[in-house]
Design a protein around this ligand. Structure first.
Ligand code: G1P
Length: 288
């Protein structure tokens, strides 16, 4: 029934003011978690899910992102001359061999729905994935690969969800949940950034989506929602009843790298996962 997901969209035009001054000259998506920038972790997750077409919705001020995925002749020549094959492989920045790259600008900060709409020429008439690189999920099987496996059966619109503390619903798109089977939750409605007293549940969307191509038509109405922005949550809500809509309870731990503490926690968690006995010991000493 459903098609394979080969295209992924990264909405990365935002300003990253929470990380100033670090993000004055460096895009927030280029901040490293351990040894790779956030955007590379996102690209690797998409590649592991089978994506080969990578669409960056960016802005002219954030050229470093495209440079990261482009050629680096100065490094290449030097590393080739020195026979450094391991480092040469690292220059690919996580892209698969057959990767196609697309860059498009979001010319005004009109919201996540608008950013996704900016990718419409590259996504065409097939379903596509969206990854918000701020949200990192730690698990052996990447979050998007888990979703792609389920998408084959459900189709339509599929979002990754997890329960959040009720006082935090105002930061997320929140589900009005219907029937549940295993890890999938039918979605009866969606609200973007509800106050705790207005939230239909505490089941919140985190930054992974697989979207039906019809979403682009819905977004092209440019309807403004929460915060005066064009919200992807509202566009998905409009499509309920026309295409299937499910939440997916992913396996793994999510880190919100959009704020300082979450970003630091992700760094520690990913560093420790890479086998850091010595680091563990030093952390214990620091805590003491
Ligand atoms: C966006 C979405 C929201 C979602 C969140 C996940 O919000 O609008 O529905 O729950 O990402 O991180 P933002 O974090 O851009 O405010």
């Amino acid at each position: 029934m459903s098609q394979k997901i080969d295209t992924v969209v990264f909405p990365v035009a935002g300003m990253g003011t929470r990380f100033l001054p670090a993000t004055k000259a460096v895009p927030k998506e280029m901040l490293p978690v351990v040894d790779k920038p956030l955007i590379q972790w996102a690209v690797e997750e998409a590649a592991a899910a089978g994506c080969t077409r990578f669409v960056f919705v960016t802005s002219p001020e954030k050229g470093a992102i495209m440079s990261h995925f482009g050629d680096a002749p100065h490094y290449q020549e030097m590393l080739e001359a020195r026979g450094k094959t391991r480092e040469l492989a690292l220059l690919k920045a996580g892209l698969p061999k057959n990767a196609e790259i697309f860059e498009t600008y979001q010319d005004a900060p009109l919201g996540l729905g608008h950013a996704i709409w900016c990718a419409r020429e590259a996504t065409g008439d097939k379903p596509f994935a969206v990854i918000l690189p701020d949200d990192m999920v730690q698990h052996q099987t990447g979050c998007l690969a888990q979703m792609a496996a389920h998408y084959e059966t459900v189709g339509g619109n599929l979002v990754a969800v997890e329960n959040v503390p009720s006082e935090e619903t105002y930061r997320y798109g929140v589900l009005n949940p219907g029937a549940e089977t295993d890890d999938l939750v039918e979605v009866k409605g969606l609200v973007e950034k509800p106050a705790p007293e207005d939230a239909p549940s505490t089941l919140a969307i985190i930054g992974r989506y697989i979207l039906d191509a019809k979403i682009m038509d819905t977004l092209s109405a440019f309807k403004k929602g929460a915060g005066g922005e064009i919200q992807i949550t509202d566009a998905m809500a409009e499509l309920i009843g026309h295409v299937p809509m499910h939440g997916f309870r992913f396996a793994g731990t999510r880190y919100d790298c959009g704020n300082r503490d979450g970003f630091l926690e992700a760094n520690l968690a990913f560093a420790l996962a890479q086998g850091g006995d010595e680091l563990k010991q030093r952390l214990r000493q620091l805590l003491d």
